[in-house]
Ligand binder design. Structure first.
Ligand code: NDP
Ligand code: 2IT
Length: 446
């Protein structure tokens, strides 16, 4: 049963943001979590902090025209939502996927505000992208698209204003093309994007950071249950940037990762995933996960990606997309003995699924906290760019580990302080919100 407080917030948000169901879902969860904070801090209610936070500071939508290899004119839609700059420049990724519309970008930008606050680094929240599908496009088509996209975006961003990075469909190749165009248009070599190549301003560990950080976070969850990764069976959805480096770190720590997926289906290799094969297929050849099963006879391919959660495991790391674990999948995971879920993707579990995990005593690491290692390392890239220095791999990795431990501690403490011991969803939302709210209070009604 929703409270009057949540109902009021939600009816205004739904009326003003018609049809943006993912955004509504993200706001509802935060509103439910922070209600007790606002009751305890009436100055937040008076200053209408939550009502202000749900309204982006600025939203940009633009036409992205480009020409295919066949000489045909294509038109996509580009987005950048600059959501909140209370604690630093807008920061967040760009998603290129055909499902992108303003509701997806707003849910991601809204989550990013609180995630970025948890990282302990000074970055505000933003997100962008386009309904462009890089799959099946040539490198030259991707380049022309990225150049056209940046030809509009460049006037809205900057190293002290808004610093985009990657997300689904945007990796090193796309960041390179966009950085090149930004540099040409502005005649500046700056830290305007993160996820750059290590030889031209990028940070070591940024490629690995989201997956590694996820595993560092879940390590703390497992420690609190008196256990570790050794011998654990792990199922990870997706086979992109987050999934690959979560697999790598989990394997280094002694886990057995047995399943991965893409939008065509999932593979199970009970002998343990051979990550070199996955990296070659996905990072070099840009192929499909099915090809893994053609190469390794120990593996089986199944063609419904949603069914990956029927594979029995101790730890599940959803690392593909939003709402990929629904109630039925959560019930199956619990029935099969899963003890911990760490969200690598943004909002991969539905609210019903999260309730099932909490009720069953499964340790649950929410996206805002568990996948914050990527953006945190982006903030470390910004620091290195500002100093014109490059830190060694081990230094960035050890900072990442410290940050993930600090995020975990903030979630645990905030949950306890508000009578929600062990509920890291409430903890993450409260700790992130309080930091942003305090900054907004200090800066007046702007
Ligand atoms: P990638 O594009 O590298 O990989 C995405 C993977 O998920 C691919 O295997 C893709 O399959 C699969 N996938 C994406 N969308 C769908 C869909 N609608 N249905 C089924 N499968 C899908 O992206 P990332 O690994 O960077 O991102 C994965 C998730 O992690 C996203 O939710 C992102 O927001 C989140 N995230 C990413 C961070 C980063 O630093 N990159 C940081 C924090 C969170 P296919 O190739 O077939 O589309
Ligand atoms: O969802 C995320 O945190 C990201 N896609 C990373 C954003 C960033 O700016 O590194």
């Amino acid at each position: 049963m929703a409270s009057k407080f949540v109902d009021e917030i939600m009816s205004a948000v739904v009326a003003r943001n018609v049809g943006e169901v993912e955004f509504h879902q993200a706001v509802r969860e935060v509103a439910e979590s922070v209600e007790p904070v606002i009751k305890k801090r009436p100055e937040f209610a008076k200053a209408r902090i939550l009502e202000r936070i749900v309204e982006p500071e600025r939203q940009i939508m633009f036409r992205v025209p480009w020409v295919s290899d066949a000489g045909q004119v294509q038109i996509n839609r580009g987005f950048r939502v600059e959501f909140n700059s209370a604690i630093g420049p807008y920061k967040g990724g760009l998603r290129f996927h055909p499902s992108v519309y303003i509701g997806i970008i707003k849910f991601l930008g809204f989550e990013q505000i609180f995630k970025n606050a948890l990282t302990t680094t000074p970055i505000g929240g933003g997100k962008g992208g386009a309904d462009f599908d890089p799959k099946g496009k040539s490198d030259m088509e991707v380049m022309r698209f990225c150049q056209s996209f940046m030809s509009e975006l460049f006037r809205h961003i900057g190293p002290d204003t808004d610093v985009p990075a990657g997300d689904i469909g945007v990796g090193g190749r796309e960041i390179g093309f966009m950085f090149g165009q930004y540099k040409k248009l502005t005649n500046t070599f700056s830290g305007v994007l993160t996820g750059k190549g290590p030889d031209w301003g990028g940070s070591l560990v940024r490629t690995e950071a989201t997956g590694y950080g996820l595993v560092y976070f879940v390590t703390r969850m497992l420690q609190d249950r008196g256990t570790d990764w050794i011998g654990k069976k792990v199922v990870i959805s997706g086979s992109g940037n987050v999934a690959i480096y979560a697999t790598e770190k989990a394997q280094q720590l002694g886990a057995k990762v047995i399943a991965l997926s893409d939008s065509n289906g999932y593979i199970v290799d009970e002998g343990g995933i051979k990550l070199d094969t996955v990296k070659r297929i996905k990072e070099v050849e840009r192929g499909r996960i099915k090809e893994y099963a053609d190469e390794h006879k120990s593996a089986k391919f199944h063609d419904r990606w949603q069914d990956i959660w029927t594979v029995p495991c101790d730890v599940a790391l959803p690392s593909a997309t939003q709402n990929e674990i629904d109630q039925a999948s959560a019930e199956t995971l619990v029935k099969n003995g899963c003890i911990a879920v760490g969200e690598g993707a943004n909002m991969p579990s539905t609210p019903e699924a999260i309730d099932i995990f909490h009720d069953a005593g499964v340790s649950f690491g929410p996206a805002k906290a568990a996948n914050a290692g990527g953006v945190a390392t982006s903030a470390l890239e910004m620091s290195q760019n500002a100093m014109r220095l490059n830190w060694p791999f081990d230094e960035v990795d050890s900072r990442l580990k410290q940050i993930m431990n600090a995020i975990y501690a903030q979630c645990v403490e905030a949950a306890e302080a508000y009578g929600k011991k062990g509920n890291l969803v409430a903890g993450a939302n409260i700790a992130g919100f309080v930091k942003v709210a305090n900054a907004m209070m200090a800066q007046g009604v702007v």
